[in-house]
Design a protein around this ligand. Sequence first.
Ligand SMILES: [Fe+2]
Ligand SMILES: [Fe+2]
Length: 184
Amino acid sequence: MKTDITQALVNEHRLILRMITLLERNAPRTADGSYTNLQFYLDGVDFIRSYADRFHHAKEEDVLFEALITNGMPRENSPTAAMMMEHVEGRAFVAAMESATRESLDGQRGREQTIADNALAYAALLREHIAKEDEILYPLAERIIPDTMRDSIIAGYEAAEKRAAVGFAAHYEAVVAGYEQEQR
Ligand SMILES: [Fe+2]
Ligand SMILES: [Fe+2]
């Protein structure tokens, strides 16, 4: 039985998808004025930057994608290059969501539609992105990466986890669970 090198990443996708579901639920209601807890968007930005980007995307970019490239995937114009481009695209939506949220909290009027548009654009991008990884790229990695490389991939994930603060993942799970329970 080969050591699994993608299930940990699939599990992280599940938490990221729970945040995406919250963005999809709350953003239309922020646009129409019925959801006014803007702290949610700042916590969402922190979740995305810390958990999705710095933690999860770093494991992909520094460990799994590098292993695919070592095993013959081109660095440019390839599925991993496309995935990395989407990581970058996501950051632009997050930055726009954050600035519109801060402007609104500072008293500017009429920023709700921009918050919602960027939250939904990020959600759509990442939902598609995760589906491509779960259904195409990760199964490909499981097929082509040889047994001999698998322990070092797991060690690479563990190094990324050690770089994170103690209780990092539990903290972000609690943030997501908290908003899931928020009164509607
Ligand atoms: Fe990714
Ligand atoms: Fe991913």
